[in-house]
Design a protein around this ligand. Structure first.
Ligand code: CAA
Length: 264
């Protein structure tokens, strides 16, 4: 069980079907090095199989940084092949996180820069603390966002805004991130985790088969054309007619009583 294991750079706790995954490298503002990515991979791969976890909240330790990016001290001497291997690893971990059956909320508690913004973007949605700062500053370092940023950022905030952020390397504050749709909510830092947990609890009270299939449909649909995405939705929707949750949810509505929806 990952919550019983001692990782070097990540803290994991599980309570009330919510896993709290905290990147914990405060001396480097929680920058992701290879060792941290490896730990994250193990954690995400286990969570994917855990029926006792319904929502995952990812955050950073301390009050200053979510994740300040890929670890620059590790990348500085990397060859093109080493850079590619590390980026491919990060792509794997973030894409895995993006597609696990559980809902993933990023609770962005400070700097979410470069690989940190890319990590946050692989969550289903993001809440930010008032002090959070977002950006893709890679062009300052002579590279480009390489852990999904050139792909996920335009999908989230549109092509023009994404290009401007990437080309200028500008950092934006939480309010601006909210305005452009990069985050769903901005709250005081002290309320960030409790706000994410309150949303998690609400999601957990719904039919988890339905929530997971809704996630699949949105993720799949954004990668294909509208007609193919709609076909996928049709299959998922009709599949849910086989579940007890559908009988219970609709029956309860008609009988004017609260529904008791089940787990996956
Ligand atoms: N990698 C390695 N170490 C980092 C780091 C990173 N991404 N970000 C911060 N740190 C380290 C600093 O080197 C510093 O270490 P020392 O105390 O040993 O000197 C420590 O964290 C604290 O940082 P600062 O002293 O710089 O703190 P600050 O408050 O003055 O500035 C900051 C904060 C604006 C976030 C600044 O640290 C910064 O600009 N960090 C780099 C951000 C960045 O460029 N991220 C993108 C990385 S590239 C990438 O992610 C590519 C990709 O697509 C995957």
């Amino acid at each position: 069980m990952v919550e019983e294991k001692k990782f070097e750079n990540v803290l994991v706790s599980v309570e009330d079907e919510i896993a709290l995954v905290t990147i914990n490298r405060p001396k480097a503002l929680n920058a992701l090095n290879s060792a941290t990515l490896k730990e994250l991979k193990e954690i995400v791969e286990e969570i994917e199989t855990r029926k006792d976890i319904k929502v995952v909240i990812v955050t950073g330790s301390g009050e200053k940084s979510f994740v300040a990016g890929a670890d620059i001290s590790e990348m500085v001497s990397a060859t093109p092949v080493q850079g590619k291997v590390m980026a491919a690893y990060a792509h794997y971990v973030f894409t895995k996180l993006e597609n696990i059956p559980q809902v993933v909320i990023a609770a962005v508690n400070g700097f979410a820069l470069g690989g940190g913004c890319e990590f946050a973007m692989s969550a289903d949605f993001r809440y930010a603390s008032e002090n959070a700062k977002f950006g893709q500053p890679e062009v300052n370092l002579g590279v480009i966002p390489g852990w999904g940023g050139t792909q996920r950022l335009p999908r989230l905030i549109g092509k023009g805004r994404a290009k401007e952020l990437i080309y200028t390397a500008d950092l934006i504050n939480a309010e601006e991130a909210y305005r452009i749709g990069l985050v769903n909510k901005v709250v005081p830092l002290a309320d960030l985790i409790s706000t994410a947990k309150a949303t998690a609890k609400k999601i957990i009270s719904k039919g988890s088969y339905a929530v997971t299939l809704a996630k699949n449909c949105v993720n799949t649909g954004l990668d294909v054309d509208l007609a193919s995405g709609s076909k996928y939705e049709l299959e998922a929707f009709s599949l849910l007619f086989s579940t007890d949750d559908k009988k219970e949810g609709m029956g309860a509505f008609l009988e004017k009583r609260p529904a008791k929806l089940t787990d996956f």
